[in-house]
Design a protein around this ligand. Sequence first.
Ligand code: SF4
Length: 230
Amino acid sequence: MLKTVPVSSNRKTGPIAVTYRSGQCSTYGTCPKSCQLHPAPDTGASEIDPDYLAAVLAAVPRGGVAWTYTHFPAESVPVSKPGETVLNVSCDTMDAAVNVWSAGRPAVVAAPAGTEWAGGVEYKGVRFVQCPAELSESFTCAQCGNGRPLCARRDRDYVIVFVAHGPMAGKVGRDTAGGCYASSGPTAIQWHKTRTAGAANDAAELGRFARSLPPGSMLRHHVAGDIGRE
Ligand code: SF4
């Protein structure tokens, strides 16, 4: 199920185009069972949805940029080509992020709450940079990178860090399941609505949506949700 939003009111993304994706039976149905942040892994996906993945890679607004994140294992997802949506691999540890980055894939990592990252750090020869929208309440993806948001840069020479926040943040970086930032608050409300009111043919709806956006638009795919098949 896919919900499309031409101009988001999300505090962090700013006024760009976004989507939410859920399963039909479970809101978390498109997220991989293997995701450590998944609060109910049994309801997650075992495999990637190839039709939706192809639609995501192709869904870039004319003259614009598109990006997203996946918690599926890095080796199971393609490396985005120039002109495609940039598919960031979400990692749970800095070591995993180093491995993903070293294999030529754009990587992001979730850091435990309270970690101090301002200014960035170097770890095992790789630079780690915190998302600038976490460092200022008034900064959003719409302003990031002067029109080329950091997460939409496929060849960047650094890993982007997201420090855990929200009510479930205490679970990030632990061995217990859970910690997903979208499990509460306004994002959760939007996401849960997707399951009942979103478009059932998500691949077709995504293509239509991307084509409808003004030239030069920014599109962040699934603020919540992933590329799995429920
Ligand atoms: S690094 Fe930039 S593009 Fe990525 S989430 Fe943060 S503000 Fe948005």
